[in-house]
Design a binder for this molecule. Structure first.
Ligand SMILES: Nc1ncnc2c1ncn2[C@@H]1O[C@H](COP(=O)(O)OP(=O)(O)OP(=O)(O)O)[C@@H](O)[C@H]1O
Ligand SMILES: Nc1ncnc2c1ncn2[C@@H]1O[C@H](COP(=O)(O)OP(=O)(O)OP(=O)(O)O)[C@@H](O)[C@H]1O
Ligand SMILES: [Mg+2]
Ligand SMILES: [Mg+2]
Lengths: 228, 228
């Protein structure tokens, strides 16, 4: 599903240069449920943003579903992104003027240009699946941190994406709620074969992982390999 | 230091009513290092915002340092807040146009009306204490999630506050970074007698707590009492 070779990402700020990714090689197969771990500032969000076609690398090669992603203009990546990938942002990126259900159904609007007939029903079902049945008409500033996080999770799932990239999706959740979310993700992985890649510091997520990648010094390695 | 009696907070949205706090009674003594836990949506942020004079309760009584907080206008609470309380927001609330050091020193500007002579030095020392020595001139959108969180933590501490309220301050931090931050908080608690109240879902924070409060059904109880 995903192949990366020698992905480099360097941020430039005036005369300062931050080398967030320093030659990432990565292969993710369909249906995997993988966790990426690494210290704060080690490059997890940077990696997920490139994987999710939300950003472009400074250099390197990226193949998604056998198609080489050669764009250097993020806006032109939108069709690829919208067709394939559900993304849970670290800072949620909800739309402030939309309520819970409108935020969840928004990707359907983007794709179709209008709300499909069943979009409201699907959004309400997902709101319930993430424990937000009682909050359909709350706007983001009327929700708690963990409630907003769950709106972001539901939105990532509404398109039945083939690949779900989740950037620290349980950071603001108590244990019971986190387990509920992880159960949902695992069931989607098992039943639809969706591929999950989750960045996290959370041991609750780690124990569900069937593969663990460690990001360190701008490179990614499988945990077993890293420990060798 | 803190006394609350029958604090109620009800949010009204059109015809919907959310009773976030349903009669909180609370006493925090000087120098305590206390953790508040509860499920997502249980009222932790609501409680901390009222404690921190960032919001007002619907009803109930609140005393801070023996002074009854009777204002019903949040803006008039600013002097109390600025003189006494350091706050780490769940969503950080950094100022986008300011860099790391400017964000950290901002409370000094607010209090004095101008930057005290030593404000830059103090801000740099705090940036180093939270592991951000190499990022003084990054703006928030040029920092990782955990790096932004640490700017927020440093900012909360710059005024040597008597009370530090921290809303899930380690949610975006890996274990090593979280322990570094918790060591810093404990040293401030021990050496300056600052009172800490931390809302969290994180077992790393919980194991440092000398007192644990549980928030459930809009009320707060000590954990031992809750378990009885
Ligand atoms: N501005 C608001 N308007 C309406 N309802 C609100 C508002 N802020 C919070 N609420 C509701 O009040 C309840 C308590 O919210 P609060 O943010 O205090 O929870 P929390 O314990 O901090 O949750 P989390 O762990 O998810 O951050 C929630 O049900 C939330 O939806
Ligand atoms: N837009 C940007 N401009 C400049 N530097 C950036 C930018 N985004 C990230 N960085 C830097 O690149 C490095 C990697 O950032 P990234 O957000 O990928 O880390 P992370 O592993 O997700 O961290 P965290 O666990 O704290 O979220 C960090 O040192 C960060 O300061
Ligand atoms: Mg990140
Ligand atoms: Mg909260």
């Amino acid at each position: 599903v995903i192949m990366m070779q020698n992905i480099i990402k360097t941020y430039r700020l005036g005369s300062t240069e931050v080398r967030a990714l320093r030659g990432v090689d990565l292969e993710i197969r369909k249906g995997e449920f993988t966790v990426v771990m690494g210290p704060s500032g080690s490059g997890k969000t940077t990696l997920l943003n490139i994987l999710g076609c939300l950003d472009v690398p400074t250099s390197g090669d990226y193949w998604l579903h056998g198609q080489r992603i050669a764009e250097t203009d993020v806006d032109r990546l939108a069709p690829i992104r919208n067709a394939n990938i559900g993304f849970v942002f670290q800072n949620f990126n909800l739309i402030p003027v939309l309520d819970t259900v409108e935020n969840i159904e928004f990707p359907l609007l983007l794709r179709e240009g209008h709300a499909p007939r069943d979009s409201r029903e699907r959004a309400l079902a997902l709101a319930e699946a993430v424990g937000l049945k009682d909050f359909p008409h709350h706007r983001p500033d009327e929700l708690s941190g963990g409630q907003r996080q769950r709106v972001a999770i539901a939105r990532a799932l509404i398109m039945h994406p083939q690949v779900v990239l989740a950037d620290e999706p349980t950071a603001n959740l108590d244990s019971e709620t986190a387990e509920q979310i992880l159960d949902l993700m695992e069931s989607i992985n098992r039943e639809r074969g969706a591929t999950f890649l989750i960045s996290t510091h959370d041991p609750r997520v780690l124990k569900r992982a069937r593969r663990v990648l460690i990001i360190r010094d701008g490179k990614v390695a499988d945990e077993q390999a890293a420990a060798a």
